[in-house]
Design a protein around this ligand. Sequence first.
Ligand SMILES: Cc1cc2nc3c(=O)[nH]c(=O)nc-3n(C[C@H](O)[C@H](O)[C@H](O)COP(=O)(O)O)c2cc1C
Length: 164
Amino acid sequence: MEIDQEQEYRRAMGAFATGVTVVSAARGDGSLSGMTVNSLTSVSLQPRLLLWCLGDQSERYDVFAGADVWGVTVLGADHEVLARRFARAETETIARDEAELFGDAQVLRCGVAHFACRTFDRRQAGDHLIIVGEVLACRSAPGAALTYFRSRYGRADEPQSGSK
Ligand SMILES: Cc1cc2nc3c(=O)[nH]c(=O)nc-3n(C[C@H](O)[C@H](O)[C@H](O)COP(=O)(O)O)c2cc1C
């Protein structure tokens, strides 16, 4: 019964189409780790805050739960391969030439938007840690976005000018 309800919850949340991001944070040795994340949510404008939720079963939990400063890259439609790569701990390392310093954080060079964040608050909620970040810097670029809907990747094309 409980498993059925969990599956139903996953299915229902899967109907909520999202973008796809890679959160990046430095490990203790200075190398960079990336994780595919679609729980990104805007929280506040003044101050500028956003949040994402980190599962407590992740092998990379300590890196992301402990990071003071971290980056967010919103992936473009052509970057499904990166989304798949950073969903796996074995291929999580971001090479130096794939990243650049933006604000105080390292972000991927590609992407349709970037955020540099400093951890503002952390709250345990069930089996996830809610990580609230203060936005130190942000920028966006034109281009189609990668999407995630019903467990499948897709794309949201640049809107044509006209009705909003
Ligand atoms: C589209 C997509 C979105 C994801 N969003 C999140 C997320 O918001 N939070 C999270 O903790 N893991 C998320 N994951 C899972 C992580 O990317 C990763 O697979 C998981 O933490 C297991 O990592 P591990 O190999 O370090 O244990 C997402 C995976 C995918 C494919």
